[in-house]
Design a protein around this ligand. Structure first.
Ligand code: AGP
Length: 616
């Protein structure tokens, strides 16, 4: 989704804006633009459809008159195609005001009709230009950008982050947000605004949240935040716990390759500081109160995409360890069925970005219905944690590649910590059993490193299968969400048909898909598990092999029963059933990445996708 940067200070605005937009590229976009006010109060804008490089090259060839006040934007088209005219910034007040927007203004049609009736003409097909013209008109009345923005935001419906500058007020940038991301970077004699901290982390680690329906005015030496009624508010500040290099490739061929290599660290850092005396200690959860924890009679996990699959893995664990019924819902489906919630329902949202609109709106609905809400999120200061009663941050570091990898294993780790904490608090887990599970969780990072070290064969398979047109994935129990995750990676990275199935479902229809040469990955449960799942999955492999499938089994070291039935066996270290997903998923992440690379595709920014889907 759109990237947003604002700056006031003593540096070159063009340099700060382009640098910030570069670090926000991962959010996915199709055009880019900047607006700068120079020292003489002249406002200049430049914008282009296409990648940031087109804009940068143009600014080198034909520089803007630089200044110390500016806004920058990368657009992911919603209203109107990716064209130069539809790129942001948009202008108001006869070109003296520039405005950028992330989100969707749902009542823009009626506002546009009002503006047209008032004699305005439009240069674009966007909803954003409506806001630019309205703020420009309001500025002509008040002569103050904060006042102008305040009068307009109360007329807008939908989701928006707006930034605006006006040539009559150099050294001022005004921003406003509703259901869309915006965060403040606090500097010395300079201040920043960004759709996330990556926009300014190169210059400052000191940040401030902006809450729902709040408006901020930044000057080089001041930051003022008010609510949409104009009442001053004092948002929380926080320190960004990673630096700009963490959001760089660091010599890797892609951000995705770098982030897969960080999966062990993502798990380890999510655990650090949360185990004491061998037991989980999550103050973020215990702060809800012992009475609340004991009164929870249902857990609802809401998320989208990969995050939802992490939630599906967590379902098994929480039910096993805390003996609480758990359902996992796709966030975009959740509120439209008017679910029955109560104060004893714990709604757990999982979101890497913390800005996914589908998940955010589901969380807000759950709170309105009286449920308790807890967010598992990887982005400090993001909107979803702020809308939740509690938050358990994953500490995977910035995940830049659109395809989520290290966040997935960190999300499973966090939800396991939650399940263990609930089990300990409710007495459904004895201390010794809890300590055993905690110790096994703590052994995962080293096992992940082992899997990464043996990734060559899966890379060879990916390159050998570069022309494949369809891949199926089978898993059972906690292996089923891993099968879904493996299929999603192939769809979003290599653009080929891929589907994940519960292995037991095969005979109920999908086995008809099997024909000679059909590639099928199978996540094989541990043969050491006392359940009969291993035998059943080996039978499934025999059934599809008998029909010509080419089977690639992900199986633990020492599992010999699978050998006669699989064409390839990718080994993972021994682990108890609940910890296998954290290991089995890594070869599938590598496979998706390598197959996309073999096809010459953009691994980090796949077509049509955005890192954070901030529109419903
Ligand atoms: C995963 O590879 C995809 N990029 C996508 O499914 C993603 O997991 C989903 O959009 C949820 O994003 P979030 O975790 O930021 O909420």
């Amino acid at each position: 989704m759109c990237g947003i940067v604002g700056y006031v200070g003593t540096r070159s605005s063009v340099e700060v804006l382009l640098g910030g937009l570069k670090r926000l590229e991962y959010r996915g976009y199709d055009s880019a633009g900047v607006a700068v006010i120079d020292d003489h109060g002249h406002l200049d804008t430049r914008k282009h459809a296409g990648k940031l490089g087109i804009l940068s090259d143009d600014l080198v060839a034909t520089p803007l008159t630089d200044g110390q006040t500016g806004i920058g934007h990368t657009r992911w088209a919603t209203h109107g195609g990716p064209t130069d005219e539809n790129a942001h910034p948009h202008l108001g007040d006869e070109g003296k005001l520039a405005l950028i927007h992330n989100g969707i203004i749902e009542n823009f049609s009626e506002l546009k009709a009002e503006l047209l009736a008032g004699g305005h003409t439009f240069a674009s097909q966007t909803d954003s230009e409506v806001a630019a013209l309205l703020v420009g008109d309001a500025f002509r009345e008040s002569g103050d950008l904060t006042t102008a923005m305040l009068s307009v935001v109360n007329r807008l419906e939908g989701a928006f982050t707006l930034l605006a500058v006006h040539s009559d007020q150099p050294n001022v940038v005004v921003g406003a947000r509703r259901n869309s991301p915006l965060v403040i970077g606090l500097g010395e004699g300079e201040n920043f605004l960004g759709s996330d901290v990556a926009a300014f982390v190169e210059y400052t680690h000191h940040a401030m949240e902006i809450g729902q329906d709040q408006l901020v005015t930044i000057r080089p030496d001041s930051v003022e935040v008010v609510d949409f009624e104009g009442t001053p508010v004092s948002p929380k500040t926080f320190e960004v716990n990673w630096d700009a290099s963490a959001a760089e490739k660091g010599g890797w061929s892609s951000f995705m390759a770098k982030e897969i290599s960080e999966e062990p660290e993502a798990v380890a850092k999510t655990i650090i500081g949360r185990v004491h005396d061998g037991l989980v200690d999550l103050p973020e959860v215990t702060a809800l109160g012992a009475d609340v924890l004991s009164s929870i009679d249902r857990v609802l996990i809401i998320a989208c995409g990969t995050a939802a699959y992490a939630g599906m893995v967590g379902k098994y664990a929480i039910e096993q360890w805390a003996r609480i019924p758990v359902d996992v819902e796709l966030a975009h489906e959740f509120r439209y069925r008017e679910p029955v919630l109560s104060p004893n329902t714990l709604v757990v949202s999982i979101s890497q970005s913390g800005e996914t609109m589908d998940t955010l709106m589901a969380v807000k609905y759950a709170r309105e219905q009286g449920a308790r809400t807890l967010s598992i999120c990887n982005t400090q200061g993001a909107t979803i944690p702020r809308e939740s009663d509690a938050v358990v941050y994953t500490h995977a570091g910035p995940e830049v590649a659109v395809a989520s990898t290290k966040a997935f294993v960190a999300q499973i780790t966090a939800i396991y910590l939650l399940g263990l904490q609930l089990g300990q608090a409710r007495g459904t887990l004895s201390p010794e059993r809890a300590r055993g599970l905690v110790a096994e969780l703590q052994s995962v990072p080293e096992k992940l490193s082992t899997v990464l070290a043996t990734g060559e064969r899966i890379k060879e398979l990916a390159h050998w299968m570069a022309d494949t047109r369809s891949v199926l994935f089978l898993g059972r129990h906690v292996g089923y969400p891993v099968a879904l995750e493996g299929a999603l990676k192939l769809k979003e990275l290599a653009y080929i048909h891929a589907e994940g199935f519960a292995a037991g479902e095969l005979k109920h229809g999908p086995i008809a898909l099997i024909e000679p040469g059909q590639v099928v990955f199978v996540i094989v449960p541990s043969p050491r598990d006392p359940s009969s799942l291993h035998a059943k999955v080996v039978s499934n492999i025999q059934e599809i092999r008998a029909r010509g499938a080419r089977v690639i089994a992900i199986a633990e070291e020492g599992d010999v029963a699978v050998l006669p039935h699989a064409d390839e066996v990718i080994r993972i270290p021994l682990a108890s059933p609940f910890f296998e997903p954290l290991l089995a998923v890594v070869p599938l992440h590598i496979f998706g990445m390598e197959l996309a690379a073999a096809k010459g595709l953009d691994v980090d920014q796949p077509r049509n996708l955005a890192k954070s889907v901030t529109v419903e």
